[in-house]
Design a protein around this ligand. Structure first.
Ligand code: ZN
Length: 306
C-alpha cells in the first residue's frame, strides 16, 4: 500500500510541513479554519462500536449516507461540498441539496457563503481560495487520490503520504496560516483494508490469498483479470476483519488528541468516511462496485474545537 512514488515531494512526512506562503493580494478575507478528516472505508457501526470519546467533543455521532461507494467519486462529492447526507423519506432531494450547500456558510463562519459562492465550477477548494483567500491544503493516503488526479485542483498544497496508514505523520505535518483562514482535507487509511495502524508491523496484518497482489496491481494502474480475484472469506475471517476495523476506529479516536493539539482554537472540524465496507453481508466483501446499504452508511461528526 505504501507507494513513495505517489509523494509529490518524495520526502518523509515530517519534512512536508514547510512555510505557508503569505497572501499577496487583498481578496475579502474572513471565515474560520475548516478541517475535513476522512477515515477511509469506515462503517458507521464500526465507529459506534469503537465507543469514541474525543470525537464526541465536537458533536454527536450521526449516521449519514455517502453519495458514492468508492474512494475517488466519494471524495469528488465531498469537495463539491456534498458531505454525507441524512435525507430521509419525505425530503425533497433538491431542497435538501440546497440546504446542505448553504450550511457551508455556517461551517465557515461566513453566512454570506453558500451555494452561490461555490461558483460555476462547484468546487470547494477553488471557491475558498479564489473568492475568500483561504489557504487550501490536502494530505491524502490512498493511491486513488494521488496528485495526478483532477481532485488536486484548487489546492495550494497537495501531499500524498508515503504510507497509507500514518495519521500521526499527517497531524504532525499540519501547519496553518496566521493571516488568513484555511481549508484542510485529510484522508487516512488505517480503517481501510487491512485495517492496520502504523504501529502494527506488516507481518501481523491479515494474510488474504491474492488480495495483496491485487492491491499492488491496482496501485500501479494495471487491469485485473477474473482469475486474480481472491477466494471469498470464511465467516470467522470476516468477523476478524470487522473487529480489526473497530480497533482501527478506536485508534483514530485516540489520535484526535494529536489533531486537537495542532489545530487553531475555534476551527470547524468534520470527521467522516468516504464510504463504508461490507464484511460478508449478502455475500459481499469490500466496497466499490457494490450498492449496498452498509457501503453507503457512514459516520459523521462535526463541530468547533473549543
Ligand atoms: Zn475509500
Amino acid at each position: 500500500m505504501s507507494d513513495p512514488a505517489m509523494s509529490r515531494t518524495k520526502r518523509p512526512a515530517s519534512s512536508v510541513r514547510g512555510a505557508v506562503p503569505r497572501l499577496r493580494d487583498d481578496r475579502e478575507l474572513g471565515g474560520r479554519h475548516v478541517i475535513l478528516v476522512v477515515l477511509d472505508s469506515l462503517r458507521f457501526d464500526s465507529m459506534a462500536a469503537a465507543r469514541p470519546r474525543l470525537a464526541l467533543r465536537l458533536g454527536p455521532l450521526q449516521r449519514r449516507w455517502s453519495y458514492a461507494t468508492w474512494t475517488g467519486p466519494a471524495h469528488y462529492n465531498l469537495l463539491m461540498g456534498l458531505l454525507p447526507h441524512d435525507a430521509g423519506p419525505g425530503s425533497f432531494a433538491a431542497a435538501w441539496h440546497g440546504a446542505e450547500l448553504s450550511a457551508w456558510g455556517r461551517r465557515l463562519g461566513r453566512e454570506d457563503l453558500g451555494l452561490p459562492a461555490l461558483g460555476p465550477a462547484l468546487w470547494l477548494p477553488s471557491a475558498l481560495r479564489e473568492r475568500c483567500g483561504y489557504f487550501t491544503q490536502a494530505f491524502v493516503s490512498m493511491p486513488a487520490l494521488n496528485p495526478a488526479v483532477p481532485l488536486a485542483v484548487g489546492f495550494d498544497r497537495y501531499v500524498s503520504m508515503p504510507r497509507h496508514n500514518d495519521v500521526h505523520a499527517i497531524y504532525g505535518a499540519l501547519s496553518f496560516p496566521e493571516d488568513r483562514p484555511s481549508f484542510t482535507l485529510i484522508n487516512t487509511g488505517e480503517t481501510h483494508y487491512p485495517y492496520a495502524t502504523a504501529e502494527e508491523p506488516p507481518g501481523g496484518w491479515p494474510r488474504l490469498p491474492g488480495v495483496h497482489g491485487v492491491f499492488g496491481r491496482l496501485a500501479n494502474g494495471q487491469p485485473l483479470t477474473e482469475a486474480e480475484a481472491p477466494a471469498f472469506f470464511s465467516p470467522p475471517h470476516l468477523r476478524e476483519l470487522k473487529a480489526r476495523q473497530v480497533r482501527a476506529a478506536s485508534a483514530m479516536d485516540d489520535a484526535l488528541e494529536h489533531l486537537f493539539d495542532r489545530c487553531p482554537r475555534g476551527a470547524h472540524i468534520i470527521l467522516t468516511s468516504d464510504h463504508g465496507e461490507l464484511f460478508g453481508e449478502d455475500g459481499f466483501f469490500g466496497h466499490g462496485p457494490i450498492h449496498h446499504e452498509k457501503v453507503l452508511e457512514v459516520p459523521f461528526v462535526e463541530g468547533l474545537l473549543d
